[in-house]
Write a protein that binds this ligand. Structure first.
Ligand SMILES: *Cc1c(COP(=O)(O)O)cnc(C)c1O
Length: 498
């Protein structure tokens, strides 16, 4: 066998894979967006044992074409409108490729000084463009770190918040600490609270409602906090969401912070998807009040042309993270760390080993420039506006909550009086299934206040206006079929049967 890192073989195979992916991107619209395979499909295709003898890359690539691609849901397809986008790019890919190529593990400064220093620099660049207050930047005694996902960021900040509060009130009080969010807050927060040892009964999913577009209201938060105080509990952490996953609700950051601050809570602003848009002045208002928060994060891997994974997290007080998360085994001792002149990112996160993520964000920022990044984000918002207008023109549909950014939440409402909500939901579920089974587009759903909502999230890198128009046509065609069937079969005594 050649050495597994033989430079010439690397060159040959590397070119093959790039060619393979270039063809994939070229032909991506020909694939059904949502994979249609049955569970267990792959087991039937692959041998039951790993190969004893080596196989050439050509054979392996053939199997990728034949067996893996059918089981891929094409997130990079221009017809992908589900969940949130995973907007890859050439720069994001090249940065990822460089990072994988160097394959360094930058747990502390010394283990690869460039990894740490580029990360700190790029986090300050980004923080400035998001117009974060200086306290979040390294130039202002705060700082940013690139983690894998928001889940990790939330867990890191929760642990820091927990320990900060316990230092004041005593370690034995951990079961008294309360975490607040809304009933729209991402499930990651409750999971992190459980992992961090908070009492599962002390997670408050404060109720929101459609009448306020599912945003967390300060008076509702205050009520929950006051009740907990009466019960002898200790408010500890508030997650404010800018752009909720279900319907893109925007919690009012400033007023919520004012409530939480009075009780000494740690405030985290989770802008996983929407944060990217804050580099555009017209969308920056969404995080007004972030100056009162303790931490802020967004996912560059959602809507910032950065290939998975990269969650950007800023904190005002890095020491609170370090106090909770630092480790100091003798095998990592070194003079630069001892000098306290450098950032050792292992102390800002859950894991020890970490990827050189800054490269790809640096390449994205440099390759496209802020001007193009802003245009990219704005173009998706404009396309979502077009989709929203088309929905509004068709009287069979309704927009469930006013659109924010590039996500449209809609549903069909059959024009039969007194139809039970369950039945409307069932029709929408059926509609979405039939849209997705067509393979022509992929959208996803949410259920809010017992309403089944179809979500159309514009944001795939390859999407342009014609794809959005086509997506709407697909929705209409399937709605025609389902509503016709329904009107033929419906009677008031006989509930709609799926
Ligand atoms: C996507 C999302 C998350 C989870 O992000 P991961 O990076 O997958 O952990 C959390 N919060 C919000 C608001 C999100 O949209």
């Amino acid at each position: 066998m050649n050495n597994p890192l033989d430079p010439e073989e690397f060159r040959r195979q590397g070119h093959m894979i790039v060619d393979f992916l270039a063809d994939y991107y070229h032909n991506i619209s020909n694939y059904r967006v949502l994979s249609q395979v049955e569970p267990g499909y792959l087991k039937k295709k692959l041998p039951s044992q790993a190969p004893f003898d080596p196989e050439p890359i050509e054979t392996i690539l053939q199997d990728i074409e034949e067996h893996i691609i059918p089981g891929i849901t094409h997130w990079q397809s221009p017809n992908f409108f589900a969940f949130f986008p995973s907007s890859g790019s050439i720069a994001g890919f090249m940065g990822e490729m460089l990072s994988t190529g160097f394959n360094v593990i930058g747990f502390n400064w010394l283990s690869s000084p460039a990894a740490t220093e580029l990360e700190s620099t790029v986090m300050d660049w980004l923080g400035q463009e998001l117009n974060l207050p200086k306290e979040f930047l390294f130039t202002g005694h705060g700082g940013g770190v690139m983690l894998g996902t928001t889940c990790e960021g939330v867990l890191a900040t929760l642990v820091a918040a927990r320990d900060r509060m316990l230092r004041q009130i005593g370690k034995d009080k951990i079961r008294k600490l309360v975490v607040y969010g809304s009933d729209q807050t991402h499930c990651a927060i409750q999971k992190a609270a459980n992992i961090a040892g908070f009492d599962p009964n002390n997670f408050r999913a404060v109720k929101t409602s459609r009448s306020s577009s599912f945003a967390l209201l300060p008076q509702s938060l205050l009520k929950a906090v006051e009740k907990d105080l009466r019960d002898g509990l200790v408010p500890c952490y508030l997650c404010v969401t800018v752009g909720t996953t279900s319907t893109m609700a925007i919690d009012p950051v400033g007023v919520l912070c004012r409530v939480a601050k009075d009780y000494g809570m740690w405030i985290h602003v989770d802008a996983a998807y929407a944060g990217s848009a804050c580099i555009c002045t017209e969308f920056r208002y969404m995080i007004n009040g972030v100056e009162y928060a303790d931490s802020f994060s967004f996912n560059a891997h959602k809507w910032f042309l950065t290939n998975l994974d990269c969650c950007c997290l800023w904190v005002k007080d890095p020491n609170s993270l370090i106090k909770s998360l630092s480790t100091n085994p003798s095998y990592l001792h070194n003079n630069t760390s001892n000098s306290k002149q450098v950032v050792d990112y292992k102390d800002w996160q859950i894991t020890l080993s970490r990827r050189f993520r800054a490269l790809k964000v640096w390449l994205v920022l440099r390759s496209y420039g802020l001007s193009n990044l802003r245009n990219f984000l704005r173009s998706h918002v404009e396309m979502a506006k077009i989709f929203e207008e088309l929905v509004k023109l068709d009287k069979r549909f309704e927009i469930v909550v006013p659109r924010n950014l590039a996500m449209v939440c809609f549903r069909v409402i059959p024009s039969v009086a007194k139809m039970a909500n369950d039945e409307v939901n069932q029709i929408n579920r059926k509609l979405l299934d039939s849209i997705n089974d067509s393979g022509r587009v992929y959208m996803s759903h949410a259920v809010v206040e017992e309403i089944f909502v179809i979500r159309c999230a514009v944001g795939a890198t390859l999407t342009d206006e014609k794809h959005v128009m086509m997506a709407w046509k697909v929705v209409q065609e399937h709605a025609d079929a389902i509503l016709n069937w329904y009107l033929l079969n419906y009677s008031f005594n006989q509930p709609f049967i799926s």
